[in-house]
Design a protein around this ligand. Structure first.
Ligand SMILES: [Zn+2]
Length: 250
């Protein structure tokens, strides 16, 4: 399968939705930003060229002032809080997590509060108070208490249904266990098909999750292809994150 095949399949699904008087919503989250890099420039240019909003999950403890400066002239780029330091606290035999049950709850919440303060100071109104757990893992207790740290929003990976101030991601073009390379055109075309099928009776926006710092050329090509089709299609909507997370009612 090639980029053209994926583009045709996606276009035909959107055409069908349009013909049935329906629209499909998409949103885009990119993780792990801390500083301006050539890869970040490429990411921002891609979002701008296709006029879609981008939600950038920034690691508070490591974020550099130069990142805020770099984002200054950009349009629809929102910043979300990616944990505190992206540090694994899980024991060696468990999956990596910063916001798990491996430490006292107070210690985790203190870090999140510090992160919230730092993000607000650095990014001002560009910062949307949404917590993006590193490795997309968060314990129920941290999730329940996150609001007390100033973070009513939450975004993980793979979860259908609309919860208050929660918006997840569903499509990840990177095969993390196969050398962090592009997951493949047919894998992603199938994944997009499956997510579109699930939207038959669920309005949740389809979340695209990228990691600009590790993209190979094929991963960039996938994003280019997806946006070429879906950014300008009349049956595709790209709601603004402020609205999509339920921070304003339109
Ligand atoms: Zn991350």
């Amino acid at each position: 399968m090639t980029a053209t095949d994926l583009a045709e399949r996606l276009r035909s699904r959107l055409d069908q939705a349009g013909a049935a008087g329906r629209t499909l919503a998409f949103w885009w989250r990119d993780d792990d930003a801390v500083a301006p890099t050539p890869a970040l420039d490429r990411l921002l240019a891609l979002a701008e060229r296709h006029s879609v909003p981008l939600s950038l999950a920034v690691i508070p403890a490591n974020a550099e002032r130069s990142l805020a400066d770099r984002l200054e002239p950009t349009g629809d780029v929102l910043v979300l809080q990616h944990g505190w330091a992206h540090k694994n606290h899980a024991p060696a035999d468990r999956k990596s997590a910063e916001l798990g049950d491996d430490r006292p709850l107070e210690a985790v919440l203190d870090e999140l509060s510090r992160g919230h303060q730092r993000m607000s100071r650095m990014f001002g109104s560009r910062f949307l108070p949404v917590l993006v757990p590193p490795w997309n893992r968060i314990s129920d207790s941290v999730a329940a208490k996150r609001v007390e740290t100033g973070l009513p929003g939450l975004s993980c990976f793979k979860r259908l249904g609309t919860a208050d101030r929660r918006l997840d991601t569903h499509i990840d073009p990177i095969a993390w266990r196969s050398g962090r390379t592009f997951a493949g055109w047919s894998t992603l075309a199938d994944a997009l098909d499956a997510e579109i099928d699930r939207r038959a009776d669920d309005p949740t926006p389809i979340g695209i999750l990228t990691h600009h710092l590790v993209h190979d050329e094929a991963t960039w090509a996938f994003m280019e292809t997806l946006l070429d089709v879906a950014a300008g299609h009349p049956a595709a909507r790209w709601p603004h994150p402020v609205e999509a997370f339920g921070f304003v009612h339109t």
